[in-house]
Write a protein that binds this ligand. Sequence first.
Ligand SMILES: Nc1ncnc2c1ncn2[C@@H]1O[C@H](COP(=O)(O)OP(=O)(O)O)[C@@H](O)[C@H]1O
Ligand SMILES: [Mg+2]
Length: 434
Amino acid sequence: MTTTSALTHLLKPMPPLEADTSIADVADRLLTPECKAFLSLPVVDGAGRPLGLISRYTLQDIFMMRFGRDLHGRKPVGEVMNAAPLVVSLETSLEEAAHTVTSQLHYPITEEFILVDAQGCYRGLGTVLDLLKAMEQRIAQRNAVLRKTLVDLKESQAQLVQSEKMASLGQMVAGVAHELNTPLGYVKNNVQLLRELKQPLLQLADTHGTLLDCLHAPDCDEARLSAALGEAIEAREQAAPELLKEDLQQLFGDTLYGLEQIGELVVGLKNFARLDRAMSEDIDLNDCVRSALVIARNNIKDKAEVISQLGDLPRIPCAPSQINQVLLNLFNNAAQAMEGFGRILVKTWADDGAVLISVQDSGKGMPPEVLAKIFDPFFTTKPVGQGTGLGLSISFKIIQDHGGSIRVASEPGRGTRFLIRLPRPQAPHLQESA
Ligand SMILES: Nc1ncnc2c1ncn2[C@@H]1O[C@H](COP(=O)(O)OP(=O)(O)O)[C@@H](O)[C@H]1O
Ligand SMILES: [Mg+2]
């Protein structure tokens, strides 16, 4: 029978001795080339079951005695062997074998053990040294697998972060495109109207020019003058400059407002979409709140009214694009939690040690079993396509990397409040006393 056990290649076939082999014969055997590398020889019974091991040292002790060979040489080896040798079944795993052997070793490294098959019959000898080497190899292999798993895990984590970022970017771009469309639409209308209004004005300027030419020309006769006057009056009636003045003011005002709104969105988008993870030295978190609100406006406007109470904040070092991502997720979550038209209260303030941002909504709130899991990756209660379940777990990591904390309180039916705390840099003397 062949065995595929991990111990098979530790097996050193060594012809065993019968228990009645004489000590002198054993000594001769130990001198043969095949036994030279071994410290001991196995002894088996008639059925091939191991009975013990006889070691070189035991034989040496016997032969060193005065008349040792003469007195003991003819005795059977069974009388002097170690009758309690280490026996390991080939069926056991490498780890199990290593455990058995190392826990029973008397002379580490130099000892040998007997390997038996499933029926308990002698198959060969193994050395502790080989066993340890095999274990070391196994550990090295496992380490390599673990290292690879770690690299894979890090990679997939980075991909997940990226995919949540892309998902929120996608939402954001759709929102901003929608927001841009409204002012763009009426700016375009207004410009078209202005182009139409321009025509009677040009006509008025034309007829007035002809009239003036007539008045200045010495040879202009009455008929030409009255025709020019008639045309000028007609053009003036057409253009109706008194009415036009008001219209134009309105049109230019609206157009300018639309352009400002577009400008504001573009600045918001530019501030927001800094995809780098770079830390900046002094960031006013109110700017982050404002630009995240601009970006989230389209998602919020039909769901809730936003009330901002932004206090004076000291500037702090942080990665604004990451904080924006956190805030956008909080605002979108709040909007998505609304059952009717609700309210989102955004507050910022600072205390001695930190800058705080609170985002409170009047949405449906969360029962304790949901609340317990919201920071777990992939936990979502939203239908496919609406939630990735990564927003809060990534937010948690971002705030943690900033040395801050994110806490939540929620009550079903009443709403939810998230509180973010980001540490203020401490003045050197304060740091020391702390
Ligand atoms: N303001 C909130 N009100 C009620 N439930 C919320 C709120 N914010 C988060 N949650 C719950 O936490 C879950 C996880 O949120 P998040 O990690 O942002 O993933 P996602 O929004 O993709 O579901 C949500 O699915 C929701 O059940
Ligand atoms: Mg979310």
